[in-house]
Ligand binder design. Structure first.
Ligand SMILES: Cc1ncc(C[n+]2csc(CCOP(=O)(O)OP(=O)(O)O)c2C)c(N)n1
Ligand SMILES: CC(=O)[C@@H](O)[C@H](O)COP(=O)(O)O
Ligand SMILES: [Mg+2]
Length: 616
C-alpha cells in the first residue's frame, strides 16, 4: 500500500518522516499526472509545488493557519492533502472540484483566488484582522514569480513592509510565468538565483547568525539586528529587505528538510518575512519540464507522448488574431501588439517572433498595458492590446482615463468573452459588454465567427476615429458563411421573416441561423455586430415590423445588449420580448455545453424558445 492511500489531511503529513515525505511526493506526482491527463488542468505549476506544499503542511496548521495561494492554479496538491483526494477525478468538471481555491468548497481554502497578485494584500488583511481580534495563527501568502509582475503585489508589499506583526510571504520562483517571465523583477530574481558569489557569502552569513541561539524577546531582537547588519554588510540590501521584509533565500524548493527548517525558524518572527523558494515548473514529468508553457494549462493529454487530446481542428479566434495581425502589421507599420503575460493564450506568439520590436509582453500588468498603449497611440502608433475579458476588468479605469477620454486609437482585443468553461467563475468573461459599453468614445464590436473577426480586425486596423474593442470567445465557432461588409454601426441582417425578430451576437448567431434554417422558420435574424454605436434606427424599424422579439447574448443580463434593445423598444411600442443572457450570479465551472444547457442558452433550449415564440 502506498503512503498516499493513508494520507487525507494535514495531520497525516505531520506523522511522516522526511524520507516518507519524499516517497509521498513521488506518489503525488503520479496521482496528479494520471488525473490531469484525464480532466485537463494546471499541471506544470502543481508538479512544481509538491515538496513546498508538503513542507507547508508539515510545519503549519491549516485551517487555523491561513494559506493564500496566489492565482490559485497551483493549489491541487493542497486540495489532495486537505480532504479532497477522493474527489480529485472530478476536478474542473461540472459539479466537481474547482481548479482554484474556493472557501465554499473547503474550510481549508482561506480565500478565493483566480486573478493574479492578490495574495499579499489578502494575507495582510488576515494578519491585521487576527491582531485586531487578539487571535493567534499564522498567515502565509504563496506567490509565484509571474504573479510578482502584477502591480497589486507591490501595493501589498508596500503596505505590508511597515506592518509590525507575523506575516509570511513565500515567493515560489520557477523562472516562469505562463510563458517565460519578463521584466526587470524577473531579471533581478534571476540574478539572485544564479550569482554564485552571492550565494556563498549569504550562506556564510546565514549559518553564522543561525548559530546564535534565540532566547527571549530582547535577544531575538538583537539577533535580528546582527543578522541584518551582516547581510547589509555583504549584500547591500535585497529588494525585499529594502521594502521592510526579512528575506530568506534562495532556498531549494524541492528540499523538504530545508524548507521545513526555514519555515520553523521564521514561524515566530513578529514581522513580515519573505522566503524565496526556487522550484522547477513541471518537475518530474519530462514533457512538462521541457515545455512548461505547453503544460501550464492543459486539455486532457496522452501521458506517454505528452500530446494534447483535443478534437478541435478549426482555427480559434486567438489564432486568427495572431495570423491576421501579422498580415496587417506588414501593411501598416504603425501596428503594435501588447499582451499582459499571455502571448500564447492570446495567439500573439507568432507576431512576437515576426515583429520582436513591435511586440510587448508587459507581465501580469493589465492596467499598465492599457495606459502604455494610450501613450503609444498618442504618439501615432496603433496598439492592439489583447487581454482576456475577465482580466481586462482590472484595467477599467485605465480604459476610461488613459484611452477613451482622449479618444485614442487603441484596439482592445477582448479574448475569452462570454463563458469560458472549466476555469469557472473567476474566469468567465461575463461582464465586458456591460463595463465597456458605458464608456464614451469606445466602439464595441462582436464578430459572429472567425471570418467576421478577421474583417473586424481589418476594419479596426485602419480606423482613425478613436478606440475600438472587439470581444470574442474562447476557442472557435461554426461559420455562418454570409458576410456583409463591415460598416460602422451597421448590423448584418442574415434572415428576413415575419413571425419573430431575433437580435443576437457572437457564437449564438450561427446557432440561431441553423435553428431557423433547419426548421424553415419565418423569422428575422439580426447579427448586431456593433454594440456601440448601436444602430437605433435599424432596430426601431425591425421592432416596428414584428410582434415578438428574442434577444440572445453571452453576457450578463445586466448592462448587456438586451437592456439596450429593450430601452429602445420601450420608446416605440409594446411587443413580446424574451431575453436570454447570463443571469445575475456567478456561474460555476463545467464544459461550455453543460453551462449553456444549465442556463438555457444551448441549441436545444433555444430551438424550443424560438418555436414557442413563433407558434404562440
Ligand atoms: C490578472 C491576471 N492576469 C493574467 C492571469 C493569467 N495567469 C494565470 S497564471 C499566470 C502565470 C503565473 O505565473 P506564476 O505566478 O509564476 O505561477 P507559476 O504558474 O509559474 O507557478 C498567468 C499570467 C491571471 N490569472 N490573472
Ligand atoms: C490560471 C489562469 O488564469 C490561466 O492559466 C488560465 O486558466 C488560462 O486560460 P486559457 O486556458 O483559456 O488560456
Ligand atoms: Mg512562476
Amino acid at each position: 500500500m502506498g503512503i498516499l492511500e493513508k494520507v487525507n489531511y494535514p495531520e497525516d503529513i505531520k506523522r511522516l518522516s522526511i524520507s516518507e515525505l519524499y516517497e509521498l511526493a513521488e506518489e503525488i506526482r503520479e496521482f496528479l499526472l494520471y488525473n490531469i491527463a484525464n480532466t485537463g488542468g494546471h499541471l506544470a505549476a502543481n508538479l512544481g509545488v509538491v515538496e513546498l506544499t508538503l513542507a507547508l503542511l508539515k510545519v503549519f496548521d491549516p485551517p487555523k493557519d491561513k494559506i493564500v495561494w496566489d492565482v490559485g492554479h497551483q493549489c491541487y496538491v493542497y486540495k489532495i492533502l486537505t480532504g479532497r483526494k477522493q474527489k480529485f477525478n472530478t476536478l474542473r468538471k461540472f459539479g466537481g472540484l474547482s481548479g482554484f481555491p474556493k472557501s465554499k468548497e473547503s474550510i481549508y481554502d482561506s480565500f478565493d483566488t483566480g486573478h493574479s497578485s492578490t495574495s499579499i494584500s489578502v494575507a495582510l488583511g488576515f494578519a491585521v484582522a487576527r491582531d485586531l481580534k487578539n487571535e493567534d495563527y499564522d498567515v502565509i501568502a504563496v506567490i509565484g514569480d509571474g504573479a510578482l509582475t502584477g502591480g497589486l503585489a507591490y501595493e501589498g508589499l508596500n503596505n505590508a513592509g511597515r506592518y509590525n506583526g507575523k506575516l509570511l510571504v513565500i515567493l515560489n520562483d520557477n523562472d516562469m510565468s505562463i510563458s517565460k517571465n519578463v521584466g526587470a523583477i524577473a531579471k533581478y530574481l534571476s540574478k539572485v538565483r544564479t550569482k554564485p558569489r552571492y550565494f556563498k557569502l549569504k550562506k556564510a552569513a546565514d549559518s553564522l547568525v543561525e548559530g546564535i541561539p534565540i532566547v527571549g524577546k530582547n535577544l531575538s531582537k538583537f539577533v535580528r539586528k546582527v543578522k541584518g547588519s551582516l547581510k547589509y554588510f555583504f549584500f547591500p540590501g535585497t529588494l525585499f529587505e529594502a521594502l521592510g521584509f526579512e528575506y530568506y533565500g534562495p532556498i531549494d524548493g524541492h528540499d523538504i528538510e530545508r524548507l521545513c527548517e526555514v519555515f520553523k525558524s521564521v514561524k515566530d518572527f513578529e514581522r513580515p518575512v519573505l522566503v524565496h523558494v526556487v522550484t522547477q515548473k513541471g518537475k518530474g514529468y519530462e514533457h512538462a519540464e521541457r515545455f512548461p508553457e505547453k503544460f501550464h494549462g492543459v486539455p486532457p493529454f496522452d501521458i506517454e507522448t505528452g500530446n494534447h487530446l483535443s478534437d478541435n481542428t478549426s482555427k480559434t479566434f486567438s489564432e486568427v488574431l495572431g495570423d491576421k495581425l501579422c498580415e496587417l502589421a506588414k501593411r501598416n507599420p504603425k501596428i503594435l501588439a501588447i499582451t499582459a503575460a499571455m502571448p500564447d493564450g492570446t495567439g500573439l506568439s507568432r507576431f512576437a517572433k515576426m515583429y520582436p520590436q513591435r511586440f510587448f509582453d508587459v507581465g501580469i500588468a493589465e492596467e499598465h498595458a492599457v495606459t502604455f498603449a494610450g501613450a503609444l497611440a498618442k504618439e501615432g502608433f496603433k496598439p492592439f492590446v489583447a487581454i482576456y475579458s475577465t482580466f481586462l476588468q482590472r484595467a477599467f479605469d485605465q480604459i476610461i482615463h488613459d484611452v477613451c477620454l482622449q479618444n485614442l486609437n487603441v484596439v482592445f482585443c477582448v479574448d475569452r468573452a462570454g463563458l469560458v468553461g472549466e476555469d469557472g467563475e473567476t474566469h468567465h468573461g461575463s461582464f465586458d459588454i456591460s463595463y465597456l459599453s458605458l464608456i464614451p468614445n469606445l466602439t464595441l464590436m462582436v464578430p459572429k465567427d472567425t471570418k467576421e473577426f478577421e474583417m473586424m480586425l481589418e476594419f479596426a486596423a485602419f480606423y482613425q476615429d478613436g478606440p475600438i474593442a472587439i470581444r470574442y470567445p474562447r476557442g472557435s465557432c461554426k461559420q455562418v458563411g454570409l458576410y456583409d461588409e463591415i460598416k460602422l454601426s451597421e448590423p448584418e441582417i442574415l434572415k428576413e421573416g415575419v413571425n419573430l425578430a431575433i437580435f443576437s451576437i457572437g457564437r449564438h448567431v450561427s446557432m440561431l441561423y441553423d435553428i431557423i434554417s433547419k426548421n424553415k422558420l419565418d423569422a428575422t435574424l439580426v447579427n448586431v455586430r456593433f454594440i456601440k454605436p448601436l444602430n437605433t434606427k435599424i432596430i426601431k424599424r425591425i421592432v416596428n415590423t414584428h410582434k415578438k422579439i428574442l434577444i440572445v447574448e453571452d453576457n450578463s443580463i445586466i448592462g448587456g445588449l438586451g437592456e439596450k434593445i429593450k430601452s429602445i423598444i420601450a420608446e416605440e411600442k409594446s411587443v413580446e420580448i424574451k431575453h436570454i443572457a447570463i443571469p445575475d450570479r456567478f456561474i460555476p465551472h463545467g464544459s461550455i455545453f453543460q453551462l449553456y444547457s444549465m442556463l438555457g442558452m444551448d441549441r436545444e433550449n433555444l430551438t424550443k424558445i424560438v418555436m414557442e415564440l413563433i407558434e404562440s
